[in-house]
Write a protein of this length. Structure first.
Length: 65
């Protein structure tokens, strides 16, 4: 069990499964970098974007909505 949040924004580690080769072959990659999707808006970040950069984009999007 995780401790109670100390402030309004919390981050958690993302766990992913190994890549399914059949699925990867069926869906071509559009971007090599991370994508943030909120509703109909997709923001594609540069490959190698830091966690701080991704968090700042997400924080800005959430503040605007």
């Amino acid at each position: 069990m995780l401790p109670a949040p100390e402030d309004a924004v919390e981050f958690a580690t993302l766990m992913v499964d190994p890549v399914d080769e059949a699925l990867a072959a069926a869906e071509p990659a559009v971007s090599a970098g991370p994508e943030v999707v909120v509703g109909s808006v997709t923001i594609r970040l540069e490959p190698g974007a830091s966690a701080a950069r991704i968090a700042s984009v997400v924080h800005a999007l959430m503040a605007a909505s």
